[in-house]
Design a protein around this ligand. Structure first.
Ligand SMILES: Cc1ncc(COP(=O)(O)O)c(C=O)c1O
Length: 349
């Protein structure tokens, strides 16, 4: 008999049930309510920043951040070639052009020397993606962006809880964006957030998130904005997940390390840079050519999820400038949801 194991499963318990029920019974199910404020305050505190702006998902969090910074038609934004499609789509929503560059084999995150090579007069921002939970090289990116006056965006959809030295993901870029999709480290089913140290950007994102409505005058719309709001129900789930975050992350860490111990050898695990604390999102491995299909093993089937495909191989990104690449090797990811290791055997197939 073939058994299949999901690559991700949310870790939800009694606390989540209690908070969601509380939100439902209170009648605050849309984008007002006490859980929203509480979530934004607690998430900002977790990331060590003054402001967190909750959103409907991680894709619109990216768009909101770029739009608030005034990225628009004619601008170029540097994006790693190896990422989820949303990192580049958000640039396109602004009418700007994503410029794809290669990743470094040392971390699988964007190669800073490749970013430097494409910076030109139209470059306005860099989107650094913390691939599979590994924070990008923010120190070097910060220096590069400061030198050229560029906005540094951290796409931290996959890296909540990661650190570089003693600094947390969420405080490493001008703006950092998170996803709370069902497969993420903490989840609300759908949800997102932007953290920032810049009060001007936080104010602007709050305005744009809410249809461009003047925060001091209800139903006075001072410009064209978006409905990118988070619901109080999603925030209730997230408040519970934040309360349980140590337990969730601790268990994911354990599972990830077990996979890496068992599989490093036949496969190459994603390397971790010195001084980095990777967020345990996925246990990801480079797969030798010809071995990138799952294979039944005895009575069970080892389950892997395909890693992200290089963005530059998509038809849209072919029209963009990009450097020659190393980011085309197939990757596979192993499940790290709490409970996975007892059901999903760490085989290399
Ligand atoms: C790197 C990256 N950026 C952005 C997103 C988009 O987040 P969402 O699915 O919440 O819109 C994801 C989601 O998987 C992601 O992995």
């Amino acid at each position: 008999m073939t058994r299949r194991f999901p690559v991700a499963r949310p870790c939800l318990g009694e606390l989540e049930e209690r908070y969601v029920l509380d939100a439902v019974r209170s009648g605050w199910i849309s984008s007002h309510g006490p859980y929203l404020r509480r979530f934004e305050e607690e998430f900002a505190a977790h990331c060590g920043v003054p402001a967190a702006v909750g959103t409907a998902n991680g894709t619109v969090a990216l768009h909101l951040a770029l739009a608030a910074a005034g990225i628009g038609p004619g601008d170029e934004v540097v994006v790693p070639a190896l990422t989820y499609v949303a990192s580049a789509n958000a640039v396109t929503y602004c009418g700007a052009t994503p410029v794809f560059v290669d990743v470094s084999p040392a971390t699988w995150c964007v190669d800073v020397s490749e970013v430097a090579a494409v910076v030109g007069p139209r470059t306005r921002a860099v989107v650094a993606v913390d691939l599979y939970g590994h924070p990008a090289d923010y120190g070097a990116l910060r220096r590069l962006c400061d030198r050229h006056g560029l906005l540094l965006v951290g796409d931290a959809a996959e890296s909540f809880g990661g650190r570089v030295g003693d600094r947390r993901v969420g405080e490493l870029a001008d703006v950092s964006t998170f996803s709370f999709f069902g497969n993420k480290i903490i989840t609300a089913g759908e949800g997102g957030c932007v953290t920032t140290v810049r009060a001007d950007l936080a104010d602007r994102m709050r305005l744009l998130r809410n249809q461009g409505m003047d925060p001091r005058r209800r139903y006075h719309f001072v410009e064209v904005g978006f409905n990118y709001r988070m619901t109080n129900i999603a925030a209730a789930l997230l408040c519970a997940q934040l309360e349980r975050v140590r337990q969730i992350v601790g268990r994911r860490d354990e599972i990830l390390h077990r996979y890496e111990e068992a599989l490093s050898g036949p496969l190459d695990a994603q390397p971790v840079a010195a001084g980095v604390r990777r967020a345990p999102w996925m246990a990801s491995f480079l797969v030798p050519a010809g071995r990138h299909r799952t294979r039944a093993t005895g009575s069970s089937r080892s389950w892997t999820g395909a890693g992200w495909r290089p963005g530059r191989s998509s038809s849209r990104s072919r029209s963009c400038r990009h450097t020659r690449g190393r980011s085309a090797a197939p990757t596979r990811s192993r499940p790290t949801w709490p409970g996975a290791a007892s059901t999903c055997p760490p085989t290399a197939t």
